[in-house]
Design a binder for this molecule. Sequence first.
Ligand SMILES: Nc1ncnc2c1ncn2[C@@H]1O[C@H](COP(=O)(O)OP(=O)(O)O)[C@@H](O)[C@H]1O
Ligand SMILES: [Mg+2]
Length: 322
Amino acid sequence: MSDHETPIFAAARQASEVLRGDAPALPRPTETRIITIANQKGGVGKTTSTVNLAAALAMRGLGVLVIDMDPQGNASTALAVDHREGTPSSYELLMWEQAAEDLMQKSPHAERLFCIPATIDLAGSEIELVGLDYRERRLAEVLDKDDLASLGIDYVFIDCPPSLGLLTVNAMVAAHEVLIPIQCEYYALEGVGQLLRNVELIQQHLNPSLDISTIMLTMYDGRTKLAEQVAGEVRNHFGDRVLKTVIPRSVKVSEAPGFGMTILQYDAGSRGALAYLDAARELNGRDPRFGGDEDQTPDADPDRDATVASAGDGESNVEDGR
Ligand SMILES: Nc1ncnc2c1ncn2[C@@H]1O[C@H](COP(=O)(O)OP(=O)(O)O)[C@@H](O)[C@H]1O
Ligand SMILES: [Mg+2]
């Protein structure tokens, strides 16, 4: 931000640079980061966070692959890739029928944004997996980090279904990091204890290097005391693992997938888009294996308030309500 720019102007400029593709590229992580987005509660913002973080990082010049592991295929929809029945998908990946490289489809939203879609074929796979060898590590075995790196993939995000079944277990065994979205609502922490115990079991038995690196607060409604209380409680409990950037509740964020878009295509200047851009930059600056520090990115802006990115700053999009 130059000395003469107001924060609102700076945010708008950042959004338009990202859209035009001339925003400065973010530094690439030294190794491909594989991040599973998990929470067995439905509707907490797993898919929304997956696709928006992925798009934000890709629009800032990084190579990103989203693996849709939810048979509902909502991530595939938002990334506008084909996921009709019979399309080669994450099912073929799990069944070791095809390699990731052959299943990746390019999303039209960014130059280096890819998705392995989920089709309805995945719906029966939880049961099918039970009878297969290596049933918990099929995804881990088929995802080769060197191959991903040679394809220019800096980030792999795995979007999980709302359960702790074998699809989620596969996603956790294949990943280095877990990102848990937590909705700033009643019962936000319900089920998180169980999720943490599951992660511990996976660390003990299947993937010792798995790290709950990131907690992300979603659907924050700054007008309610409740949202503030939930956010406070989560920060007390998880400390630095909670991203400073909080994703505001915004009608536009929920509308975007209906148009086959992420919020960055749908309304790049909206609060939701700016929050996801900030969250992506913060995530990229916090590589847990290198003692991450969010300010190492070149354009990290210390003036920017960490809480709700640009919420209530009188931006043009008078949205919300709910
Ligand atoms: N920040 C947000 N503001 C408003 N609605 C949101 C926001 N994030 C997600 N939603 C909506 O909430 C619902 C659940 O989100 P989703 O990402 O699908 O959750 P999950 O994948 O955990 O089931 C969807 O309808 C989505 O559009
Ligand atoms: Mg989902």
